[in-house]
Design a binder for this molecule. Structure first.
Ligand code: GLN
Length: 454
């Protein structure tokens, strides 16, 4: 009991969970014991999972890392977390995250930053970020505080934190996982996905999370593939595309070296490397940072002090005063920045110059991938342009923070499945991730290539 309590305290120091629900995990474990005795085990019977706080969970605080939703206990369950429960999994708690999933370091959370369980060899006790926005999810898996977790990925929020903490994470094709009950950030980009220690665990969890949902108008009405059964690291006959535009200045040589090793590992597994070109890559980041804030500014309009969470009503004030006071008190700095960028690019005078232009470039980026996939089966790149950085290191410079998403956002804009798999450690002993991008609906190809690297 002493060792257990010490582990719980050490785990809490990472600040990965915003709410703990051990009673729910325990109930699932007991149900699993009964199911085993009755010979009725389900795919995830008793498996203790953490759920990102962006998912609505019935009767359990669901605050999306924001003060504006503090105290919000939904009366309903998101489709994805509901599917995991129906498959037998138990919920350990809700996982810390960047506020409304906006960030790459988990530092925009109203609950404070998550601390990575990893340390630099020479860095003493300097705290590192686990990445974001699914930072609590990544830290929990990496530190052994959950067998697996849900994440969400709008522009890299599953893949970059997975890379920073040495775990696996997959974002499926847009539409595979229902968005119903997941608090919306940028609806045309948001996708849920699993994060876990191994590729196989990701395949198992993804199967349980996926499936058509009539409550999400963009949900794909397709059967759920049996990804776990389809796992194979034999890549004979496959071509792996290496995009020349992803060699960019300022990326540490260790990351380029790991990328080269990744190519060799895939070659050893039977794949043939081919150089490909994705010419519009350099416009992906600016395009993302127009489209995502535009959609966010619209989605966040619903937090008005009337329907959910926080309400600040100044004495003698009217309705407008309540909106203003609630939103000023409830939203953090990054969320306000996004709302301002979003309303600006959607305003009558600038709509065509920014939003319409960004939509056109998004189409060109999609075409880049379509053309590239005529020559290859999947694409290999680094997941992020750096290893985990220190807390506070990038918080005062939003553009430096946004740059960390440079390799992740193109696949998001194109709606393609993409996965981060651990590749190795840098000179400081920190994990680096390799990134696989697949054809639309080819999660199997992505998982298999990741398996060959793992
Ligand atoms: N870091 C990116 C952003 O802040 C991606 C976030 C995400 O995927 N949710 O927008």
């Amino acid at each position: 009991a002493e060792a257990y309590n010490a582990a719980v305290v050490a785990g809490r120091s990472l600040n990965a969970y915003t709410v703990e629900t051990p009673e729910l995990a325990l109930a699932a474990a007991e149900a699993a014991d009964k199911a085993r005795a009755a010979g009725e085990l389900k795919p995830l019977s008793g498996v203790p999972l953490g759920i990102k706080d962006l998912f609505a969970t019935e009767g359990v605080d669901s605050t999306s890392g924001s003060n504006i939703l503090k105290g919000f206990k939904p009366t309903y369950e998101s489709t994805v977390s509901g599917k995991l429960k129906a498959a037998g999994a138990g919920m350990l708690g809700k996982l810390n995250m960047d506020e409304f999933a906006m960030g790459s370091s988990n530092e925009t959370s109203a609950y404070g930053p998550v601390i990575s369980p990893w340390k630099r060899n020479d860095g003493g006790n300097a705290a590192l970020t686990p990445g974001g926005s699914s930072g609590g999810s990544a830290a929990a898996v990496s530190a052994g505080l959950a067998a697996g977790v849900t994440g969400t990925d709008t522009g890299g929020s599953i893949r970059q934190p997975a890379a920073f903490t040495g775990i696996c994470g997959i974002k499926p094709t847009y539409g595979r996982c229902s968005r119903w009950g997941i608090v919306a950030f940028a609806s045309s980009l948001d996708q849920a996905g699993p994060m876990a220690k191994t590729v196989r665990d990701c395949a198992i969890l993804l199967e349980a999370m996926t499936g058509f949902d009539p409550k999400d108008a963009t949900s794909l009405d397709l059967p759920v593939p049996n990804w776990e059964a389809g796992l194979s690291s034999d890549l004979k006959g496959k071509k792996v595309g290496i995009p020349i535009e992803y060699r960019i200045d300022g990326v540490p040589s260790e990351i380029d070296a790991l990328w080269d090793k990744g190519v060799e590992w895939l070659r050893d597994a039977g794949a043939e490397p081919v150089k490909i070109s994705l010419p519009y890559t350099k416009y992906a980041l600016p395009t993302y940072y127009i489209i995502a804030p535009a959609e966010a500014s619209s989605n966040l309009a619903r937090y008005d002090g009337v329907r959910y969470g926080l309400r600040e009503a100044p004495e003698g004030g009217n309705l407008d005063a309540m909106y203003a006071a609630t939103r000023a008190a409830g939203f953090g700095a990054e969320v306000r920045r996004r709302i301002m960028i979003g309303t600006y690019v959607l305003s009558a005078g600038f709509y065509d110059a920014y939003f319409t232009k960004a939509q056109k470039v998004r189409t060109l980026i999609k075409r880049d991938f379509r053309d590239a996939f005529a020559e290859c089966d999947f694409i290999l790149t680094p997941t992020a342009p750096s290893a985990a950085f220190g807390l506070q290191e990038k918080m005062s410079d939003p553009l430096a923070m946004y740059l960390n998403d440079v390799f992740a956002v193109p696949a998001s804009l194109a709606g393609l499945p993409a996965m981060s798999v651990p590749g190795g450690l840098d000179g400081q002993g920190l994990p680096l991730g390799l990134h696989l991008i697949g054809k639309e609906l080819d999660e199997q190809g992505v998982l298999n290539a990741a398996l060959a690297i793992e």
